[in-house]
Each structure stands twice: as structure tokens, then as C-alpha cells.
Write a protein that binds this ligand. Structure first.
Ligand code: PFF
Length: 457
């Protein structure tokens, strides 16, 4: 295929792609979502399934997604259409791009609201609200915030504007630098929190909860949620990584990049879990407390450690940055498509996407107060209305289905020669294992989990 660069620009260095993709992967999913869904789904067995999904489904699909993106060099919709054409396949493959764009749009609508919580907590931390905080006080502090739709709306608005500003300038400027400093800093602070957790007296109980599997606790919904989270946390199945792959030069190793990104992402999530669960048990909190879990536990840690005012503020700033670098990648596919197909200016395209997503975000805001309702999902009760619905629809269904389609496309629709050429691997065991994974393991894995969720298995 032609070696033309993307019209949206290219990464300036090889490291830039790794940084940006890691920035996309590491976000609220690791620090906020992973601990709370692990708590809701009983711990160890859920974590084990998630890790298996990352390894056997996530990494091969990430390689597929990057290679498709690099070969197509456009927004996911146009990339899929171009590649389907080049491989003599039906045009309906571009539906993968459409589904992804819609999933990204749905996710950013609530992602921005939750990132708004983190923004609010930067100021809560800085003005000393965490000092000597107890469990019930932490609950009251969090309840105050999510019970106040106007305040949530204000923070949601600020975060959406922040995201739009970066996207409208093109993803390259700023992003690379931000991630370069952010990741190590976030990592160090998480290590410090694990250090604090070591002294809570409940560290072992926390570890046991995270790592000792009790399969009897595993509901059908938990298995789907674990797989869905593997996609969500790695930013897979919706074209975000495909988009970033489209800015990648031809010399960077896709295999090494995918393994490294998945490794870093998983490490951050596990560290967050190791910090949070000991605090949960030491303070009589509920592991299944739901989406507020991080906002209940970490303030207690910061409020009771030396230098907590500084570290607490810094931590929530870093969390906002981590969310920011992920949010950017959520709307990039839609913006790139508007630029390519509607001939729109980048700024205008960004403003339109951001405003629509902002409106949709209002439904998430109301899910935590005025319009909170409960519904059952595969053996669990969900109590945050539309927010839960959007989250389940996207993470548990749209992303895995998108990923499945990408695996099938790379494994069955693209010529062996094309993928071999694009991955730039020798025709040895690494390439063959990858091809076997995207042809059989990843698709069957996704299907098995779905069948299990529907009660068929
Ligand atoms: N991976 C991000 C996180 O863990 O917070 C969320 C995300 C970003 C999901 C981009 C999907 C995506 F395409």
C-alpha cells in the first residue's frame, strides 16, 4: 500500500506513539473503574478473568487495531472502507468504524462527568477537606458532590472544554509532553499510596481480595464485565488505538508497542487496586460501594498521611491529566471523520462533537441524583440509571464486538501477506501465534463470554 502520511499529521518520534497510546489506555479505567468493578464483582476471580482477557484477547487485538490503522492512515470509518476495498471485501466492514465512533461518543459523555469529579477533588484536597477524614466523613463529602447536579455540570463543562481545546489543536501538540511526565509521576504516587496501604494493617486482606479467586462469587455479568473492562482499559474496539496507529511511522514495532502498552496499563490498575482495597477494609467501607469507591478511599489515605495535602492534591491533578489524555482519544475518531468526509475545519468539528457529548453527559449527571434508577444486569443490580446503561452498552458490548470484528478482519479478511508486511515480523512463531490468536482465540474468547453471559454456557 502507499506509504503516504496521515493528513492529520504524524507522531514526531517513535516514543511518541507509545506515550500517546499509553496515555489513551491509562485513565479513569485504571484508577476509578477497575477498583470499583472489582469490588462489585467479588475480587480475585474477576481480576483473573480480566487479566486472561488482556493477555489472550486484548494484546492480539491491539496489534490488529494498530496495524489496520497504520495501513489505512485515516479515521477508522475510512480506514476500514479503504482496507476492505484493497482486500476485495464488502463495504460493510466500515460499520466497524461507525460503531466505534458512536461508542467513543457515548463513552466520552460520561467519562467527562467522572473526570469532573476528579477535578472537584483537586480543590477538595487542596483546601484541606481530607484532613483526618474518617469513613463516614468521606461518604458525606462524596455524597455532597454527586448530589449536586449543578456543581457536577460545572465540572463536566470544564473538563469537556479542556478536552476540546487539545483535540482542536491536533493530537500531537502537548500530548507527548504531558504523557512523558504524567505517567512516571502517577506511577510514583500510586507506589506511595501502596506504601500507605501497607501500614493500614489490612494489606494482606486487600491482596487476598484482589488475587485469591473465589469462583463461586462469579456471576455471568461479572465475566462479561471483566472482558468488557479489558477492552475499555486498553482503549480497544472503538478505533482510538486505530486512529493513533494511523499516525505511526513504518519502522516502529507494533508487537513490542502493544505488549508494552498493555503491561503499563495493567500495572497501573493493579497498583491502584493494591492501594485501595486495604484502605477499604481498614476503614469499614464496602468493596462494592460502586462508582464512588476511589473517591471514598483515597481521601482517607491522604487525610491521614504525612504531606497528605500536597500528595492528595497532586494525585487528583494527575488523575485529571490521565483522564484528559484518554478523553482526547475518545473523540479523535469522530473529529477526524468530520474533517475527512465533511471537509470541516478541525476546530469546528471538535466543537460540534464536544457540544453533543456535553449534552448527553447531562443524563449521566442526573443518574447520580434526580434520575437515579435501578435495573438488573445478568445477576447484578445496577443503581445508577442511564450512566450504568451507557457503560454496560459500550464497555460490555460495543467494544468487545468492535474488537471481535477487527480481529476477524485482520485474521480472516486481510491477506496473510498484508498483515505480515504491516507487522514487519519474520514469518516465525511470533507472527504465527498472533495470527492464530486473532483468527481463533480472540474471536472465540469473546463469543464464549457472551454465550456464558446469556446463560447458554
Ligand atoms: N482506556 C481509557 C481508560 O482506561 O480510562 C478509556 C478509553 C479511552 C476507552 C479510549 C476507550 C477508548 F477508545
Amino acid at each position: 500500500m502507499a506509504v503516504t502520511p496521515s493528513i492529520h499529521g504524524m507522531w514526531s518520534t517513535r516514543l511518541a506513539f507509545i506515550l500517546a497510546a499509553t496515555g489513551s489506555a491509562v485513565g479513569l479505567g485504571n484508577v476509578w473503574k477497575f477498583p470499583y468493578i472489582t469490588g462489585e464483582n467479588g475480587g480475585g476471580a474477576f481480576v483473573l478473568i480480566y487479566l486472561l482477557c488482556v493477555l489472550f484477547i486484548g494484546i492480539p487485538i491491539m496489534m490488529a487495531e494498530i496495524l489496520i490503522g497504520r495501513r489505512g492512515r485515516q479515521s477508522p470509518i475510512n480506514t476500514m472502507r479503504t482496507l476492505a476495498q484493497a482486500e476485495n471485501r464488502h463495504g460493510f466492514w466500515q460499520l466497524v468504524g461507525w460503531g466505534g465512533m458512536i461508542a467513543g461518543f457515548l463513552i466520552i459523555s460520561y467519562y467527562s462527568v467522572i473526570a469532573g469529579w476528579a477535578l472537584a477533588y483537586v480543590f477538595r484536597a487542596a483546601d484541606g477537606h481530607f484532613t483526618a477524614l474518617t469513613g463516614p466523613e468521606a461518604e458525606a463529602l462524596f455524597g455532597d458532590l454527586v448530589g449536586d447536579p449543578e456543581r457536577l455540570l460545572a465540572w463536566h463543562t470544564i473538563f469537556m472544554v479542556m478536552t476540546a481545546i487539545v483535540v482542536s489543536r491536533g493530537v500531537r501538540s502537548g500530548l507527548e509532553q504531558a504523557v512523558r511526565f504524567l505517567m512516571p509521576a502517577l506511577f510514583l504516587l500510586l507506589l506511595a499510596l501502596v506504601g500507605y496501604a501497607l501500614n493500614t494493617g489490612q494489606f494482606m486482606q486487600g491482596l487476598e481480595f484482589l488475587f485469591v479467586p473465589h469462583f463461586e462469587k462469579l456471576t455471568a455479568g461479572a465475566v462479561i464485565t471483566a472482558m468488557g473492562h479489558a477492552f475499555f482499559t486498553l482503549s480497544l474496539g472503538m478505533g482510538a488505538i486505530m486512529m493513533y496507529g494511523s499516525y505511526l511511522d513504518r519502522h516502529t514495532s507494533i508487537t513490542r508497542s502493544a505488549v508494552l502498552i498493555a503491561l503499563l496499563d495493567t500495572l497501573v490498575a493493579l497498583l491502584a487496586g493494591m492501594a485501595i482495597f486495604p484502605i477499604v477494609f481498614a476503614n469499614g467501607l464496602e468493596p462494592g460501594a460502586g462508582p464512588g469507591l476511589v473517591f471514598l478511599t483515597l481521601p482517607i489515605a491522604f487525610g491521614n498521611m504525612a504531606g497528605g495535602l500536597f500528595f492528595g492534591t497532586l494525585f487528583f491533578i494527575l488523575l485529571v491529566f490521565a483522564a484528559w489524555t484518554s478523553a482526547i482519544s475518545l473523540i479523535e475518531p469522530a473529529v477526524a471523520w468530520l474533517v475527512e468526509n465533511q471537509g470541516m475545519q478541525r476546530v469546528r468539528a471538535t466543537v460540534i462533537v464536544a457540544i453533543l457529548a456535553w449534552f448527553l453527559g447531562i443524563l449521566t449527571i442526573l443518574s447520580f441524583n434526580q434520575w437515579a434508577f435501578s435495573f438488573p444486569f445478568a445477576g447484578e443490580v445496577k443503581s445508577n440509571g442511564i450512566f450504568d446503561l451507557i457503560d454496560i452498552l459500550t464497555a460490555n458490548f460495543m467494544l468487545p464486538l468492535g474488537g471481535l470484528a477487527m480481529a476477524v478482519f485482520a485474521g480472516w479478511m486481510m491477506a496473510r501477506r498484508s498483515t505480515l508486511e504491516e507487522l514487519q515480523l519474520p514469518d516465525g512463531w511470533i507472527y504465527r501465534s498472533w495470527r492464530f490468536a486473532v483468527r481463533y482465540i480472540s474471536p472465540l474468547g469473546v463469543l464464549l463470554v457472551f454465550l456464558h453471559g446469556m446463560g447458554v454456557l
